[in-house]
Design a protein around this ligand. Sequence first.
Ligand SMILES: [Zn+2]
Length: 137
Amino acid sequence: MASDNITDLPRTEDEWRVRLSPEEFRVLRQAGTEAPWSGEYVNTKTRGMYHCRACGANLFPSDFKFASDCGWPSFDDAIPGAVKEIEDRSHGMVRTEIRCARCDSHLGHVFHGEHFTPKNTRHCVNSLSIRLEPAGD
Ligand SMILES: [Zn+2]
């Protein structure tokens, strides 16, 4: 597992490329998107903590995961301060990109006002951007 020492993080994209698989690199470092329904965590209900696959930071407890039927893992909240939001005007839309606040890797997008859950927020996350650590109990 990645340690909490931020100096362990790669400093260049070439260093990230060595650490990640080609698919992970494309999503995490080049803001790619995996095909809907293709990710390993779309329907996962296992309890645990979802970490950033690039740096290991805690991002989304499984308690925040809900069935959005959108084809990607969806969370209605994140660990406070773990995720940063950036305006994304690519593809002719104005969306809000979410990245890991620790290592700046791409996670997905966040949407508000869809009324899926009382928090009214959907963090739409690539499975390739996260790694589930199942709860130990
Ligand atoms: Zn990270």
